[in-house]
Ligand binder design. Structure first.
Ligand SMILES: *[C@@H]1O[C@H](CO)[C@@H](O)[C@H](O)[C@H]1NC(C)=O
Ligand SMILES: *[C@@H]1O[C@H](CO)[C@@H](O)[C@H](O)[C@H]1NC(C)=O
Ligand SMILES: *[C@@H]1O[C@H](CO)[C@@H](O)[C@H](O)[C@H]1NC(C)=O
Ligand SMILES: *[C@@H]1O[C@H](CO)[C@@H](O)[C@H](O)[C@H]1NC(C)=O
Ligand SMILES: *[C@@H]1O[C@H](CO)[C@@H](O)[C@H](O)[C@H]1NC(C)=O
Ligand SMILES: *[C@@H]1O[C@H](CO)[C@@H](O)[C@H](O)[C@H]1NC(C)=O
Ligand SMILES: *[C@@H]1O[C@H](CO)[C@@H](O)[C@H](O)[C@H]1NC(C)=O
Ligand SMILES: *[C@@H]1O[C@H](CO)[C@@H](O)[C@H](O)[C@H]1NC(C)=O
Ligand SMILES: *[C@@H]1O[C@H](CO)[C@@H](O)[C@H](O)[C@H]1NC(C)=O
Ligand SMILES: *[C@@H]1O[C@H](CO)[C@@H](O)[C@H](O)[C@H]1NC(C)=O
Ligand SMILES: *[C@@H]1O[C@H](CO)[C@@H](O)[C@H](O)[C@H]1NC(C)=O
Length: 695
């Protein structure tokens, strides 16, 4: 008991230091005098500690001569240092940051003077070797970061430090540890070994680490774990072994000694077998992640649910569970608050019984479970705040089972074969923040459907077969939904009338609107009459032609517009002058551009405004499209002539001065006010115009 208490406090210290980025020292009331500071660096006090920040300063040498002997924190991250000559003796430095340099070795001589060092960061250098005694005499040394270095494997001890608590040697190309590797870092509390191709874990390697509480070995290609490999780790609380290759391991041997384990992550580790007694000794487990393994034969009840009575979170997503969930699946793990079962074939009748003990459930995912009905006891889970039942072939009538779930903040019912949603379904869900109904063939939405969702932030109605955008009647008549800032209506074959606002007044706080792939050929000039605060407008994949972008004039807050894959042959900057204050991206690729002098205007204007017109190439490579599609090309030339080439060759009169008014309007200070004033006047005019029209 005593011992456990001790390690807990030491680990806490590490966390504090790492999180706060500084070491707190006793209060100090005297005057602070400025100390030495190298020319290239920026120095300041943090509390009473002298910080010398020389990061990203293109240094090839450390400016020793200008360094104050009282420097407390020295930040040399992101320079071009290849070597560290010995520091002056008796320097009182506590923290040394040398990440992102070009060091190849960590030599003892370099750091010999630094007897007070607490923490050193050598991440992302080219370090191959480390003198194991480098930190030996530093009696307060607790944290060492070496991740992302090409370390060569060692035969004996990796380091001598009886005080080290935190060691990160992830992604260091280590393919072999040895039984003495950790022999002289026995205080270690947190160890990150992830992303090293270790392949196998031999017995004894971890034996010296009796204080270890956190061990990360994700993506280590581990396929074999020696018997009793972790026999000494009885203080381990958190163990990550995700992304390995652990098809058949005798888990009992591996896990029995870990009697204090609270967090275990086995995600995507090719596990096929977990013996029913695997977790027998891990009675304090609170989080268990088994997702994305091949657990066809897992007996959830015998292995997990009858044993782990402290379990808080269980992730069994995409485990190909083959056995039905039994009545006692979670019988003794009734404290579970988070349960992910997505991607397993399940039956409502089994769930009904299996979930019954989980009265504290807050997050539940039953996505892609092949459910045609929902367990009709779902209403019992009064604490449920997140529910995902998407991608199930659900039957309409079972949706009403959701109605009593008053605490829901997130509900995903996307792609669930729903054709109709009763208007009372959401009427009690006043805490809802994000509602996803995409991918259901709803055709229309009933009056009052969203009325009570007064805290809604994001509403997703993509591909719902809607022909009309949201009708005001789905909301309360005179209420502004002040949190509702995102609306997705992509993939609905919208029919838009020639005049009148597209969206109702209740959505006046809308910021992001997605209308991609909506079969739109135009939007009326007053489309955004009620929603002038839109900042991100997505009109991708419609059939807009070059005329009639007047509706953009109502959007002075616009930051990005996506017009990709429309039917644009030319585009005039005049439509965006109103928005030019904040605009930073207008996406235009994938249109049949006819390059003419208007294109030259748009090009010049975008350069002048610092606007981005195309997207980065990566996006298209990922989408499997031809690489140079990201370039703006002129459609009527053989071969692909790009806009930029056209602009160079065109000989058009450069008329950017024509739009310079727009530019000068957005110059900071005085001129932004002018723009603002101009914008307001313009808006007022339009409002008055529309107002009379609407009446
Ligand atoms: C470092 O060098 C780069 C390229 O030579 C330069 O752009 C940058 O401004 C320099 N940084 C400092 C702090 O001198
Ligand atoms: C390493 O640890 C062993 C005990 O495990 C001890 O005898 C030895 O002196 C230590 N070596 C150094 C260099 O600290
Ligand atoms: C992973 O381990 C397998 C043997 O289990 C080996 O064939 C393979 O080369 C290893 N992969 C890497 C990246 O080390
Ligand atoms: C299970 O834990 C107990 C201590 O709680 C220990 O005595 C026992 O040896 C462990 N079982 C195995 C098989 O290691
Ligand atoms: C599991 O719960 C049942 C009753 O729900 C109880 O009888 C049994 O002792 C519990 N098993 C364990 C291992 O706690
Ligand atoms: C979707 O629901 C309809 C009834 O609304 C039903 O006829 C159809 O079989 C369902 N589809 C699937 C895949 O279950
Ligand atoms: C909306 O919520 C209020 C208060 O929770 C409730 O009284 C009212 O009946 C609800 N409205 C509808 C249409 O269900
Ligand atoms: C909105 O729906 C109501 C009936 O619910 C209908 O009378 C009205 O015409 C609709 N408005 C629009 C703009 O579609
Ligand atoms: C909203 O309209 C209802 C009637 O539809 C009315 O009772 C209520 O007072 C109105 N609320 C506000 C804030 O105007
Ligand atoms: C798209 O709009 C055109 C008219 O602009 C119409 O003929 C066509 O049916 C619409 N497509 C869909 C899927 O509604
Ligand atoms: C694209 O625009 C041209 C005119 O610029 C028009 O002739 C053609 O029908 C449009 N195509 C579609 C699919 O709307």
């Amino acid at each position: 008991m005593r011992k456990m208490m001790k390690t807990e406090t030491t680990c806490l210290v590490v966390l504090l230091i790492l999180a706060k980025g500084s070491i707190v020292v006793d209060a100090f009331n005297g005057e602070l005098v400025d100390l030495g500071c190298p020319d290239e660096c920026e120095c300041h006090y943090f509390r009473v500690n002298w910080v010398t920040d020389c990061s990203e300063s293109n240094l090839t040498d450390i400016p020793y001569s200008e360094l104050s002997p009282s420097v407390y924190i020295l930040d040399l991250n992101g320079n071009y240092l290849t070597d560290v000559p010995p520091f002056p003796p008796d320097i009182k430095m506590r923290r040394l940051q040398l990440a992102n340099n070009l060091l190849t070795h960590v030599r003892k001589e370099s750091f010999q003077g630094l007897n007070y060092l607490i923490d050193a960061d050598f991440a992302n250098n080219r370090i191959a070797t480390i003198d194991p005694s480098t930190f030996q005499t530093m009696s307060g040394f607790i944290s060492l970061e070496l991740q992302d270095n090409p370390l060569t494997s060692v035969d004996g001890e990796f380091l001598y430090s009886s005080t080290l608590l935190y060691l990160d040697i992830s992604n260091c190309g280590l393919n072999f540890l040895n039984p003495r590797f950790f022999a002289n870092v026995t205080s270690l509390c947190t160890l990150d070994l992830s992303d090293n191709p270790l392949g196998m874990i031999s017995p004894n390697e971890f034996n010296p680490l009796k204080s270890l509480e956190i061990l990360k070995m994700n993506n280590c290609n581990v396929s074999f774990i020696g018997e009793d490999a972790f026999a000494a780790l009885d203080n381990l609380k958190s163990f990550e072994l995700a992304g390995n290759n652990l098809a058949e391991i005798s888990w009992s041997y591996v896990l029995y000694p870990l009697i204090r384990l609270e967090y275990l992550d086995f995600r995507r580790s090719g596990i096929r077998v977990i013996q029913p007694d695997a977790f027998d000794n891990n009675t304090y487990l609170r989080t268990l992640i088994l997702a994305e393994n091949e657990l066809r034969d897992l007996d959830v009840a015998a292995t997990v649910g009858q044993k782990l009575s402290h379990l808080d979170s269980l992730d069994l997503s995409h485990c190909h569970l083959g056995r039905p969930l039994s009545e006692d699946a979670f019988v003794n793990s009734s404290k579970i608050r988070t349960l992910y079962l997505a991607g397993n074939t399940l039956f409502a009748s089994d769930l009904l019984l299996a979930l019954a003990p989980l009265t504290k459930l807050q997050k539940l995912s039953l996505s892609q479970c092949g459910l045609s009905v929902l367990p009709h006891t779902l209403h019992q889970f009064q604490s449920l705040t997140e529910l995902d039942i998407s991608h199930n072939p659900l039957n309409d009538v079972f949706v009403k089972i959701l109605a009593p779930l008053q605490a829901l903040e997130y509900l995903n019912m996307g792609n669930s074969n729903l054709t109709h949603i009763m208007p009372s379904t959401f009427s009690k869900m006043t805490s809802m923040r994000r509602l996803i109904l995409s991918g259901n063939d709803l055709n229309s939405l009933e009056a009052g459907l969203f009325a009570n969702l007064t805290h809604l932030k994001s509403l997703e109605l993509n591909s719902c077969g809607l022909r009309k955008p949201l009708n005001a009647t789905v909301f309360f008549n005179n209420l502004t939904y002040t949190d509702l800032t995102e609306l997705q209506l992509a993939g609905n074959p919208l029919k838009v009338s020639r005049t009148g606002p597209l969206l109702p007044k209740q959505l006046s706080q809308l910021r992001t609107l997605d209308l991609s792939n909506c079969n739109l050929t135009y939007l009326p000039m007053d489309a955004f009459y009620w929603t002038t605060g839109i900042t991100h407008l997505i009109l991708k994949g419609n059939q807009f032609t070059s005329r009639d972008f007047k509706f953009l004039n109502l959007l002075p807050q616009l930051e990005t517009v996506d017009l990709r894959y429309n039917n644009l042959t030319t585009f005039s900057p005049k439509y965006l002058i109103m928005a030019s204050g904040k605009l930073n991206k207008v996406q235009l690729i994938g249109n049949p551009w006819i390059c003419d002098c208007d294109i030259v205007d748009t090009w010049d204007w975008s350069k002048m405004m610092g606007l981005q017109l195309a997207t980065s190439p990566e996006e298209h490579i990922i989408a499997g499209k031809v690489k140079n599609k990201h370039l703006l090309t002129c459609n009527h030339y053989d071969g692909q002539k790009t806009w930029s080439k056209y602009v160079k060759d065109s000989g058009c009169e450069r008329r950017s001065s024509h739009f310079r008014s727009a530019r000068s309007l957005i110059e900071p200070k005085i001129s932004t006010n002018i723009l603002y004033l101009g914008g307001v006047l313009f808006l007022v005019t339009i409002y008055v115009m529309l107002g009379t029209k609407l009446k």
